[in-house]
Design a protein around this ligand. Structure first.
Ligand code: PAF
Length: 291
């Protein structure tokens, strides 16, 4: 093995050159890298991504921890986004991450960037409609992380379903040599999808936030009835909770194109609870529901 890398140990690279050198050295000796890109504030959802990644045979598990300024709008929470690096590295150790990449903003974007990745039309829909530039920021940093860490696999959560879909399109359209793996949403026992932003919710807001997943469950339950029935049923649940300000509730195809009449679709919701924006989604099978 290379002098830079001891298998089974956590190596933290904050320097870009170190990270590139280690990744190259690992590739040179035939090791495969599985990357979990994160913005830190790691929770059980991230642990699940790491566990999925480390089950891939013969791989070195890598995680990046970088709060990417490019994907935050001017009124969003970049400055107050949690950055508990020590606790994150502890979780990386517990989850047997061997490479943690923790670059600074200056290292990732020295004087720029001038060039960004265009997410195409889907980048302006759903989340992109209320977060202009968000997905250009996400795809730009993901492309950079793929170039620096050179992973064979990259693991993303279905919680950010539009992000996962766009990363798949990025890899397809730019012929990137990475296999993208999606991991189902991790939920609290009451249904709330795990998110770093849940930390912002008061107890009362957290109770209200459960409405998002409850609406998805209500919609999926009547999926045999078709798209209109699913949306109506989900909307009725959301309407009962006045402190949830819905941004969108949409039914789309599995690739986020138009929903089919029958078969696999995605029900997606975004809402503000207080000043916290939450998203959730679930798979539904139209015309073949649970009824
Ligand atoms: O999902 C996230 O945490 C971020 O959008 C990602 C993929 C790490 C890019 O900054």
């Amino acid at each position: 093995m290379t002098p830079r890398f001891t298998p089974g140990q956590l190596h933290v690279h904050s320097g870009l050159d170190d990270m590139v050198a280690t990744a190259r050295a690992l590739r040179a000796v035939g090791r495969k890298i599985a990357l979990v890109p994160t913005m830190g504030a790691l929770h059980d959802g991230h642990r699940q991504l790491m566990r999925t990644a480390r089950r891939l045979p013969g791989t070195v598990l890598a995680a990046s921890i970088f709060v990417n300024p490019l994907q935050f709008g001017p009124d969003e929470d970049y400055d107050r986004y949690p950055r508990p690096l020590e606790a994150d590295l502890k979780i990386c150790g517990e989850e047997r991450v061997e490479l943690a990449f923790t670059p600074s903003r200056e290292q990732m974007y020295p004087g720029g960037p001038e060039i960004m990745v265009d997410p195409g039309p889907l980048g302006g829909e759903l989340e992109g409609a209320s977060r202009p530039g968000h997905f250009a920021g996400v795809l730009t940093v993901v492309t950079k992380l793929f170039t620096i860490i050179q992973p064979h696999y990259a693991v993303f959560g279905e919680k950010d379903y539009q992000q996962l879909t766009l990363v798949r399109k990025l890899v397809r359209d730019l012929n990137l040599d990475v296999k993208v793996i999606g991991v189902p949403i991790v939920r609290d026992p009451d249904g709330l999808a795990r998110s770093s932003r849940n930390a912002y919710l008061s107890d009362e807001q957290r109770t209200a936030a459960i409405t998002l997943s409850a609406a998805l469950v209500a919609g999926a339950r009547v999926s045999a009835g078709g798209a209109a029935v699913v949306l109506e049923s989900a909307r009725a649940v959301l309407d009962k909770e006045p402190s949830v300000a819905v941004d969108y509730l949409e039914l789309r195809g599995a690739d986020l194109g138009p929903a089919p009449e029958h078969g696999e679709a995605r029900l997606l919701v975004a809402a503000r609870v207080g000043s916290t924006r939450l998203i959730d989604n679930s798979q539904v099978f139209l015309g073949q529901g649970e009824d």
